[in-house]
Structure formats: structure tokens, C-alpha cells
Design a protein. Sequence first.
Length: 312
Amino acid sequence: MSIAESGEFGLIGRIVSRLDAGSATLLGPGDDAAVVRAADGRVVASTDVLVEGRHFRRDWCGPTDVGHRAAAANLADIAAMGATPTALLVALCVPVDLDPSWAEGLADGLTREAARCGASVVGGDISASPTLTIAVTALGDLGGLDPVRRDGARPGDILALAGRIGYAAAGYTVLSRGFRTPKILVEAYRRPELRYEAGPEAARRGATSMIDVSDGLVQDLGHLAAASAVGIDIRSGAFEVPDQMRDAAQALGTDPYQWVLAGGDDHPLAATFPAGTRLPEGWREIGSVHDGSGVTVDRKPWTGPLGWDHFR
């Protein structure tokens, strides 16, 4: 059966039956709009879109994988503000010949990833489209904390990272060359592993700025440096490159640090903290903030790839 045979409302029913309500959901799917608790009185919101062939390929990722990826890309943005994710809204544009079971698998991935941080899918929309497209809006609660913006870094701050980096980019390269191993790299591309609690933890510990590293560490830190009008230096020795990544890089004829410094899709959080701050668990120091502008690596200009750009 295709979606054309199932029909719009039949597909909606199949998807909604797979969704679970989170603690912040007062009214979920089924009405004209959802109602989500905002105990703080402020709502953090972010949106992102995934287009087949541009952000994912169905021959590389199953529908559940795509659901995890779509949810993680948005939930990480909420965490990067120091907030706790509460809800997701999903707009799905699908070819009419798509098997409804694919959409069900997508719903499973979205639901499971959201549940990792206590959030839930509370609504959305569906339309026919020649290109499979998934647009996700995430909502979050600051819990009484001030949002951690990009423009607060100051000279003398330390730069820290929470989460792994380079794994998903290495997995992308492996898949693009027609391979399916090493498994740890391929699975990292298919399903990011995030610590959503790291964002609020950093906010409570006094982080001066923070960003979700989705497009590449050097490139994304460039946004933070520009917003804060400072220079940022990354210390390459702060990164442990696993054997599987080194072996894959050697086999593919590339430098593993290009994955670490310019690769995206792992969605770790990068933040700056005042000097002397005791970093929260799971955060590690990877550099420093200084007077100046731009981003350097080991005090030298980075001459490798910059990272992901939709129009480059």
C-alpha cells in the first residue's frame, strides 16, 4: 500500500498512534493545535528542515534513523540555549508512492529521540511533494535560567566541548565511498548521540556563550567568535582520535582532523566559561578565547575545509 492509497488522514492516524505524550504536553495531537506547558513563562523555539538527497539518503539510513537525526538536529539547538526540550512539531512532505510504513518508522525515530530528553511530538502537518522533506520545530523551557547566547564569550574564557565529534563526518565519508564499516562511524552518522542535559548544566555553571556544532567546529565557532567580537583558538591535542577513525582515514586517504574540525552531524555543544570554572561532568576543555577575531587551530589559521554550507 502506498500513501496515495492510505490517504492523508489514514497516514496521520497511523503516525499519531505511535506518539507518546511527554510531561510538558497538556494537549497533544488531535485538535487544531497542541498545548504545551511553559512553566518558566518563556518558550525557546528552533526549526530545521531535512531534504532527501541533501540531508539524508534512504539507501544509507532507515526511516527510524532519519527520525532520530531530524529530532536531534532540533533538540540540540534548544540545549545549546541552556534550555530543556519539551516538544516537537513535525511537517512531513512525502511522495505519494511512499510506503506508509516508512512514515511510521520515521515517527518511531522522532518519538524515541525526543523521549531521551523528556520531550514529545505534539503535532504537525502532512503534504504531498515530489521530494521527501521533513521540517521540525522544537520548543524548550529555560527553567528559570537565562538563555546562553552566542555573544557572551570574553577574552580569557576557556573553550569546552560536550559530546563526541568527527564520528558522523567520518561515517558520511565511509558511506559515500560505498563502504558500511567501521560500524561505530556509520552508526554515528545514522543516529547522533547527544547529551541534552549538558546545555542546562553549562548554563547553571555560568557558561558565557554556547552553540550547537552542527556544521563543523571551526565554522560554527566562527559564528560564536563573530557574535562575541573575540578570537577563539582550538587546541588540536585536546581531541582523542579513536583507532577506527584513524584507520578509516588512512584507508580513505584523508586526515582524521578534517572530520574532527570541519565535520558536522554529531551535534556536540561548544561553550565558553570564565577561567577557573570547574567544568560540568562530560565537558572537556579544548581551547581558549582571546582578543582578536576569527578561529585558529594551535594558534595558526585553519587551511582545511570549513564545514557544511547548503549553498557552497
